[in-house]
Design a protein around this ligand. Structure first.
Ligand code: BGC
Length: 559
């Protein structure tokens, strides 16, 4: 190791070209995709909820970060019972977020900066305010209107018991009874009735929705609950284990990962293939193994699938090594890129989670949770974990705010919570509000610059002033500058397309790999590790001397 002082940070002028997307086909194979959670990103209207004009106003910040694409969580017409994952009109924008014209402006402005745009499509269920569900309620049992959803007669003498014992992901029964005595299935909230995907009318409707947005110019779709659309014949009873992740579960689960879903993705693949420009589908499929997940990205299905086994792995070298090697075997084996993700709007932010193992996905953490981590220790691990992730070949997802090192907001008061999980479990599970708190843009402004009026739909922790973007902008050691440097170096060395080779001799607690011409050493253990010779390209934290401290990752170029 020749230099262990402050890593060279990328200067703003080197970053000038970063908004340009990688030229060439199949951009999604190596892309870094930034998740925007619109209600918490930037609020231009001042009502305390982020919106599309807010996103447009901040695109330069994203271009200077160095990402290739954005994925927007839902902004469609919705009563917002599940923060927009309850869609009432798939082909319009909710007034909370703006108008279709605002969407077109945002898309054009993103494309002008070389940023591609993926939107979120929610095919498993609609809102109960969707016109089809309203028609279904008004129609008789057995009618074509009811056949678009999963209506069934109940059990018991008078049908007073639900058709089976399924539980909703958010807690409580997965069935709700309507006035005439039938029941409808909702794997999520009561306000989110499941479609019946064996119905051709449902399939045709969604083809139309895909085309509606593809015609407007979107680059692809993140597909919500892509493991859930088709249910096992006969809807057999199923009881998940006590500590199961809310969206996962061991196989076989009669409502997850059924063979029939793959027909839907083959059909959608064909629709996207009608369009020019490498449009992509990304599966949100919570499955227990990487091998299972790879089935969603076979050549005629989706293009990418989130690597949730990676997202859920602990800060543990053995687990990481196993999942990385499985991912680099299983995804390429079907011709797809490996993907990597550490945070999103459904999981505890990794600056908290990695220092606090043992919390099932979706359950959340809050004021009464025991064993909360020291924020500095959590952040140190998060930076090291990101530096490892962004070195890996394939495509990576970054969730808004992680580039600022935001932790989970763990002290939210009960009366501000909005996640249906909190209500449906009577407060037993905190749910996901803690990872959805609006971003801090400028420390000195009300709501840290999130909205011009100082409104914010969830309160921001006071100590987030230190994590505001304008504060981090001035600090070369900030997490913001770390992300910029990682992304610029990843691009300069083409790491997304590199081959990965494992390096021996660093010990069990270390991840050591060569990817392209870069050596990456992540110290996941507690003891310092000797480093190889070379020039330090990036370090997840500063350190003195020739040994790499615990919870630190470096990228080194051979001299
Ligand atoms: C989304 C969640 C949402 C659920 C129901 C997901 O997996 O990411 O935020 O609550 O689907 O639509």
């Amino acid at each position: 190791m020749t230099s262990t002082s402050l890593p060279t940070q990328t200067s703003p002028s080197t970053l000038a070209a970063i908004g340009e997307s990688r030229p060439g086909a199949e951009w999604w194979r190596t892309a870094v995709i930034y998740q925007i959670y619109p209600r918490s990103f930037a609020d231009a209207s001042g009502d305390g909820i982020g919106d599309l004009p807010g996103i447009t106003s901040r695109l330069d910040d994203l271009a200077s970060l160095g990402i290739d694409a954005v994925w927007l969580s839902p902004f469609f017409t919705s009563p917002q019972k599940d923060a927009g994952y309850d869609v009432a009109d798939y082909r319009d924008v909710d007034p909370l977020f703006g108008t279709l014209g605002d969407f077109d402006d945002m898309l054009e402005a993103a494309h002008a900066r070389g940023i591609r745009v993926i939107i979120d499509l929610v095919p498993n269920h609609s809102s109960d305010k969707h016109v089809w569900f309203q028609q279904a309620l008004a129609a008789a049992p057995g009618s074509p209107e009811r056949a678009r959803y999963m209506f069934r007669d109940g059990q018991g003498e008078n049908g007073e018991l639900p058709p089976n014992n399924w539980e909703s992901v958010f807690g409580g029964p997965a069935w709700t009874r309507v006035e005439d005595g039938q029941w409808y299935l909702h794997l999520f909230d009561t306000s989110q009735p499941d479609f019946d995907w064996t119905n051709e009318e449902v399939r045709e409707e969604f083809r139309g929705t895909l085309r509606f947005w593809l015609d407007r110019g979107v680059d692809g779709f993140r597909v919500d609950v892509a493991h859930g659309l088709v249910k096992a014949d006969g809807l057999p009873d199923y009881t998940p284990p006590e500590d199961a992740d809310s969206m996962g579960g061991e196989e076989p689960v009669p409502y997850w990962g059924q063979e029939g879903v793959h027909d839907v993705w083959r059909d959608w693949h064909r629709v996207l293939a009608e369009y020019e420009g490498d449009r992509a589908l990304c599966a949100e499929a919570w499955l227990p193994t990487v091998d299972e997940t790879a089935k969603w990205v076979r050549p005629d299905e989706m293009h990418q699938a989130f690597n949730f086994p990676y997202a859920m792995s602990e800060w543990d070298a053995e687990q990481l090594r196993e999942i990385i090697s499985e991912s680099l075997r299983a995804f390429p084996a079907v011709g797809a890129p490996a993907t990597w993700v550490l945070s999103n709007h459904d999981v505890i932010r990794h600056a908290t989670r990695l220092a606090m193992p043992g919390h099932p996905q979706g359950h959340g953490v809050g004021p009464a949770t025991e064993g909360k981590p020291d924020p500095a220790a959590g952040l140190r691990r998060a930076r090291a974990a990101t530096a490892l992730m962004l070195a890996l070949p394939g495509s990576a997802y970054v969730y808004q705010g992680e580039e600022l090192g935001l932790p989970e907001a763990m002290e939210l008061p009960d009366d501000v919570r909005e996640d249906p999980t909190w209500f449906r479990t009577n407060g037993e599970r905190y749910g996901r509000d803690g990872c959805r708190v609006p971003l801090p843009w400028s420390a000195a402004d009300p709501a840290f610059g999130f909205s011009p009026t100082g409104e914010s739909w969830l309160p921001q922790p006071a100590d987030w002033s230190a994590l505001a973007r304008d504060v981090e902008e001035q600090d070369p050691e900030s997490t913001l500058w770390l992300y910029r440097t990682l992304l610029a170096t990843r691009r300069a060395h083409d790491l997304g397309a590199a081959q990965l080779e494992w390096l021996d001799g660093y010990g069990d607690d270390v991840i050591a790999v060569r990817t392209g011409d870069v050596t990456v050493i992540a110290n996941v253990g507690t003891e310092p590790v000797a480093l190889p010779a070379g020039t330090l390209l990036v370090a997840s934290d500063t350190f003195e001397g020739g040994e790499l401290p615990a919870d630190t990752t470096v990228w080194i170029a051979a001299d």
